[in-house]
Design a protein around this ligand. Structure first.
Ligand code: PFF
Length: 449
């Protein structure tokens, strides 16, 4: 029998901020804008928002209930709630642990880029006006420098390891409480500036005026993957955090606040990046470099631009850190709870092996040509773990909560959740049918890669 997870969140707001900290990260600021940009803008955004409401929130509540009811890591949670011998459900937890490890490996590379930008912002590099071309040159220079990308990813993993070693309420909760609200304020100021830039209005149109003819099956799959990735769903991160939540806390409200907060930050990021891009005449479909190329265009337009640049990259790094903490925590909670490892050993072994897997991702962006199936190694990890695996995980979690464990038991765990009947319909029918439908469509048409 696995050991229950140790450590609880000290307060409701601490939990909300830590869960929001997991959800809010590079997914909102880096992944959302470039995925929206690549998929034509507003139509993608609408589908994404629909998925957050119809799939994201129900699955989030399911994960939190599974976590708190069992008090366990993702593998132990399925074992506890489906105690039948030979049950296959714990495999869903194992898939989640593997996915967390996979996401952490490429996520730390992008987080490393953030550190590189922070360093450059500190040295005043973004103080003067910069054309999109100049900005692009800097970006390419950073991502193709083999030593810098590998070292920065390593530094980021190390920072993550140090916090996770300290345990839940010590490190995670305290950091999240102060820094997340600060991030929100800086983003608001940047959005106001970006929206008042000459030509910025075109960015708002791009984000909100849909042209559904641009919406492909692949775009719909990307929107689903983005909704799950952004809310940290489909791999048991929210099961793990749910297991640290005090019994008396109302789950429903906490879960819905996290989802709303996360979505608001993604839209806010869009309202910074697209107006900035359109005002300097850059393309929204530039791919994973989008944010990094777009942001320097704003800083020199602000009083105290350098300070804003520094604050932006520093807080983005912190937002990424509260997300990598949850990714590492999933794997560590599993090794501690199921394998009986001590926390210290689990943290260092996972961090070390994850660093090895991060190296090909880091190098694949220009330093060395590492391609598989026509994708760079990093893009492939992003699609495989950050999209396909999360979708499969979310599908199985919905089926488990709705049918195997049972919607009634989950609702009892949520304690007086308003509109519980609606949640039950969503988790039993809407989520499984929609996710399976999209995945089958993609498999049959094969147009995802
Ligand atoms: N939600 C995080 C982000 O948007 O940056 C990424 C993430 C964290 C995904 C934790 C999955 C996860 F379990």
């Amino acid at each position: 029998m696995s050991a229950p997870s140790t450590g609880k969140f000290g307060s409701r707001i601490g939990f909300i901020l830590a869960a929001a900290g997991s959800a809010i990260g590079l997914g909102n600021i880096w992944r959302f804008p470039y995925t929206a940009g690549e998929n034509g803008g507003a139509a993608f955004v609408l589908v994404y928002l629909g998925f957050v409401a119809l799939i994201g929130i129900p699955v989030l509540l399911a994960e939190l209930s599974i976590g708190r009811a069992s008090g366990k890591n993702p593998v132990g949670a399925f074992e506890t709630l489906d105690p039948k011998r030979g049950s296959k459900w714990p495999w869903v937890g194992s898939l989640g642990v593997l996915t967390g490890f996979g996401i952490l490996s490429f996520y730390s590379v992008i987080a490393g880029w953030t550190l590189s930008y922070l360093w450059r912002a500190l040295s005043g590099e973004f103080a003067s006006a910069m054309s999109p071309e100049q900005s692009d040159v800097i970006f390419k220079q950073i991502i193709s420098s083999p030593v810098e990308v590998v070292v920065m990813a390593g530094v980021f993993l190390l920072l993550t390891a140090v916090v996770v070693r300290g345990g839940v309420s010590g490190g995670i909760e305290r950091a999240a409480k102060v820094l997340m609200p600060m991030f929100f304020v800086v983003l608001l100021v940047l959005a106001v500036r970006a929206l008042t830039l000459p030509g910025g209005g075109a960015g708002v149109t791009f984000l909100f005026e849909p042209d559904f003819s641009k919406l492909s099956g692949a775009a719909v799959m990307s929107a689903l993957g983005q909704a799950l990735f952004s809310l940290s769903l489909g791999m048991g991160a929210m099961i793990t955090y749910g297991s640290y939540l005090q019994k008396q806390e109302p789950l429903g409200l906490a879960g819905v606040s996290v989802a709303l907060f996360d979505t608001a930050i993604a839209v806010l990021a869009g309202l910074i990046i697209f107006p900035a891009l359109f005002s300097v005449g850059a393309e929204p479909s530039a791919g994973p470099g989008l944010v990094f190329v777009a942001m320097p265009a704003i800083f020199d337009q602000l009083p105290m631009g350098t300070a804003f640049g520094v604050a932006f990259y520093a807080l983005l790094a912190v937002a990424a850190l509260t997300s990598t903490i949850s990714l590492l925590e999933v794997v560590v909670a599993y090794l501690v709870g199921e394998r009986g490892w001590n926390r210290e050993k689990a943290v260092w072994v996972v961090t070390g092996t994850c660093f090895l897997l991060a190296i090909p991702s880091a190098l694949s962006q220009g330093a060395v040509d590492i391609q598989l199936f026509g994708q760079s190694f990093l893009d492939l990890m992003n699609i495989l773990f950050g999209n396909v695996s999360l979708s499969l995980g979310a599908l199985l979690i919905a089926v488990f909560a709705g049918w195997r464990w049972g919607a009634d038991k989950a609702l009892a765990e949520m304690k007086g959740m308003p509109m519980g009947g609606l949640w039950a319909v969503a988790i039993r029918y809407v989520c499984p049918l929609a996710i399976a439908g999209i995945m089958i469509y993609i498999l049959v048409t094969g147009n995802f890669f």
